[in-house]
Write a protein that binds this ligand. Structure first.
Ligand code: ZN
Length: 272
């Protein structure tokens, strides 16, 4: 699949990548294992916050909103993590500084109320990612969410949006990538189609690609799961997740969410 990238902006990711490569290659295996084991024993539980804006229709598939469904699945698959939910009605819109300071990964689903999120809270999120190493996982219509756009630094627009009953075959493009762990190709039976090009910086990895299959059989390629490193933090964008489809109940999507949290969380070895 050859999808032209519209905006080959370079992110400040090389230092973080180089540091990881150096650590992986340069540390003695025994010392590395000892350090990791000691950290696991002493480390507090890692914490992920699942944020959604509360606009999913209550009479459809997410009566308690999208964040509760994602969080319930993460509690099953990530027993060592503390999993919490937040929304616009939470203290400081779910972006209180002390909460962000204890947050290893923030998952974000927004659609109609992007503009209601206060800029000062967006500043906090961006700083926690770029300076503090917090992971940020952005879902579906969050491509236009303020934190998503600020972290990307581009328009973050797709060329077209259509909800016409097409399917999406998700293709595991990079089986070795942590976000693809345990996954095989699968198909979402109905999706809202976001057409390329997606105006974002060149990702460091695209472990998940896909093919939209129209009702008439026509096919359209797309990127589905995109990864970046931004300063000290990692970011993952996943394009499915429309509020009237059951995507987040599907075991494959739940696995992607868990894999994304594990991948996006700060590398504790960085500070040892
Ligand atoms: Zn949608």
């Amino acid at each position: 699949m050859n999808i032209p990238d519209p905006s080959p902006t370079t992110l400040a990711s090389h230092s973080a990548c180089s540091r990881r490569a150096f650590l992986a290659a340069g540390l003695g295996a025994a010392a590395f294992a000892y350090t990791a084991q000691a950290q696991r024993a002493d480390a507090p539980a890692r914490r992920v916050v699942v944020w959604s804006e509360g606009t999913a229709p209550v009479d459809k598939v997410y009566p308690d909103d999208i964040n509760t469904v994602i969080a319930a699945a993460l509690r099953e698959s990530l027993p060592r993590w503390t999993v919490e939910t937040a929304n616009l009605a939470s203290t400081e819109q779910g972006c209180a500084q002390d909460s962000l300071d204890r947050c290893d990964v923030l998952i974000w689903w927004g659609h109609k109320r992007h503009g209601d999120v206060k800029d000062e809270y967006v500043d906090r999120i961006v700083k926690r990612v770029t300076e503090g190493g917090m992971g940020f996982v952005s879902l579906h219509s969050s491509h236009f969410a303020k934190p998503n756009k600020r972290l990307m630094g581009t328009a973050c627009s797709w060329s077209a949006y259509k909800n016409d009953g097409c399917k999406l075959k998700i293709v595991v493009k990079d089986p070795q990538h942590p976000i693809a762990r345990g996954l095989a190709d699968f198909t979402l039976p109905q999706v809202e189609r976001y057409s390329e090009p997606y105006k974002v910086p060149t990702p460091e990895a695209v472990p998940l690609e896909g093919v939209y299959i129209y009702p008439d059989g026509k096919e359209e390629p797309t990127r589905v799961g995109l990864c970046w490193t931004i300063g000290r933090g990692r970011m993952f964008y996943f394009s499915p997740g429309h509020e009237t489809y059951r995507d987040f109940y599907l075991p494959e999507v739940q696995r992607i969410m868990a894999n994304a949290v594990r991948w996006a969380g700060p590398r504790r070895q960085r500070t040892s």
